[in-house]
Ligand binder design. Structure first.
Ligand SMILES: C[S@@+](CC[C@H](N)C(=O)[O-])C[C@H]1O[C@@H](n2cnc3c(N)ncnc32)[C@H](O)[C@@H]1O
Length: 214
């Protein structure tokens, strides 16, 4: 499959590193869990459990920014049966094709092969797990820009996680960028005063919640 010809923003220089990383994983492991770059399904799930603290999702619209194979939607179905309206976006058309096939019978879920920068419709909640792990040449400016974009679209709130540099864990994956949680907190507070930071669920990860208002 020629991923460059597919409908997404992989030509954008900000996406080149992201797309190259996942494309290489897909070449090695196909559109399967190992290609997402997670350590294991348990730690992926712990991150989803933290997302559940964001707010009451029943009957709401949810955007999953960087949805991978749609695992968060599977998790949401367990928690909320089928009363959500869900959109998953991902740069990688192969992940989106797999997720769409997985939930083909479910009319409440939609999977779209595009970057979240292209998404302009308001939703109630935005979630993004692992999508900032690769870092960028200006990682904090990149995060700020995208948190601001999410905040303009999320009517009720948003949750985003990051790898943390504030950890006792000695092993770090050189492919990934480990953020200073204090710096992320500072930039989140610059966008909205309504911020929660969780840094208590895995050794090297944290999640920020941003709300336009309480
Ligand atoms: C570590 S994977 C996690 C996938 C999923 N959130 C999960 O928890 O299983 C991160 C995903 O974010 C996607 N991603 C990164 N930047 C993106 C962007 N600007 N727009 C859409 N997807 C993006 C990548 O293609 C990748 O599939």
């Amino acid at each position: 499959m020629d991923w460059r010809s597919r409908e997404s923003q992989i030509d954008d220089p900000e996406h080149t590193r992201v797309a190259a990383f996942y494309q290489n994983n897909i070449r090695l492991s196909g559109s399967s869990f190992p290609s997402l770059g997670w350590y294991n399904p348990q730690t992926q799930r712990v991150r989803f459990e933290v997302f559940m603290l964001l707010g009451a999702l029943q009957g709401s619209t949810v955007l999953d920014a960087g949805c991978g194979l749609g695992d968060f939607y599977a998790f949401l179905l367990e928690k909320h049966s089928n009363d959500l309206c869900y959109v998953g976006l991902d740069l990688m058309p192969q992940f989106i094709a797999r997720a769409a096939e997985r939930f083909a019978a479910d009319s409440r879920a939609r999977f779209v092969p595009q970057s979240w920068e292209q998404w302009q419709s308001p939703v109630d909640w935005i979630f993004s797990s692992g999508a900032f792990n690769l870092g960028q040449p200006e990682p904090y400016a990149y995060v700020r820009k995208h948190l601001l974009h999410f905040l303009t679209l999320a009517r009720r709130g948003m949750a985003v996680n990051f790898l943390s540099n504030s950890t006792t864990a000695t092993q770090r994956d050189p492919n990934f960028f480990y953020y200073d949680p204090a710096e992320i907190l500072r930039l989140a507070l610059d966008l909205t005063p309504h911020v929660v930071l969780h840094h208590d669920y895995l050794p090297n990860d944290f999640t920020v919640f941003l709300y336009p208002s309480f």
